[in-house]
Design a binder for this molecule. Sequence first.
Ligand SMILES: Nc1ncnc2c1ncn2[C@@H]1O[C@H](COP(=O)(O)OP(=O)(O)OP(=O)(O)O)[C@@H](O)[C@H]1O
Length: 282
Amino acid sequence: MSDGIDVKNLTVAYRNGVTALRDASFTVPQGSVTALVGVNGAGKSTLFKALMGLLPHAAGQVGIMGGTVEQALARNLVAYVPQAEEVDWSFPVLVQDVVMMGRYGHMGFFRRPRPQDRQAVDTALARVGMADFRHRQIGELSGGQKKRVFLARAIAQDARVILLDEPFTGVDVKTEEAIIALLKAMRDEGRVMLVSTHDLGSVPEYCDRVVMVKGTVLASGPTGTTFTPENLKRAFGGVLRHFVLGGAALHDDADQRSVDVFTDDERPLVFYDHRARTRDPE
Ligand SMILES: Nc1ncnc2c1ncn2[C@@H]1O[C@H](COP(=O)(O)OP(=O)(O)OP(=O)(O)O)[C@@H](O)[C@H]1O
């Protein structure tokens, strides 16, 4: 088993009989930012739930940092940064309390924070640039600020595998850049960052690897060899068309704003941005 995520022939079924993932296999090494992409209903959330031990495995194995999911959970190795819709924002809890939840697994039975727990919360809040908001109610934050607080919770937990569900939905460009910088820094610390995203255009910009799902894992590996138009077509379907945005008059050759668009009956499905692919990684 590898030191990252190691999924072999995994099949996951819900109680109503829906098999959301069948015979899925992939590995993600330590120290990587990996995109998890696929159409709605492809099985991305199901895969996250399986990695968090929330769904039984009908078949196959999941290895995390060389152990089982149960061992990983017992060692607080896995953290989840949820989609905004999954959280009850009316719940009266302060930003610092949400981040302290990341420390629960490190505390004793009575969950009494020790100085090192408070220190971990301070460090995590500072890292995501939210220290000034620590006494705010979580419901009184913008979408991007909420994402950063949940990322801080994962940092305070000192998780080695961090699962992020759509971290860029509803965040502005500046926050997106800040989150990407943080993901890269955490990758460089040897963590595994698995990011579910529908924003395909920016995947090559910050992801070392890609896992493509559609009821199973269609393809996985380094971005350069996996995030190809052929694999995207398999994962998303549709017809590949090439567009130059805005027409030639609006831009010069140095900044060709061209994208591929996968369309289905003239309906755009996904964009595939050439500029991002050719951009330097750093
Ligand atoms: N609780 C559930 N009970 C039964 N079936 C479910 C449940 N949750 C999801 N499914 C089904 O499992 C399949 C995979 O869904 P999943 O939520 O994993 O997709 P996804 O890739 O995360 O989609 P999205 O991009 O829309 O979030 C779908 O067919 C879905 O209808």
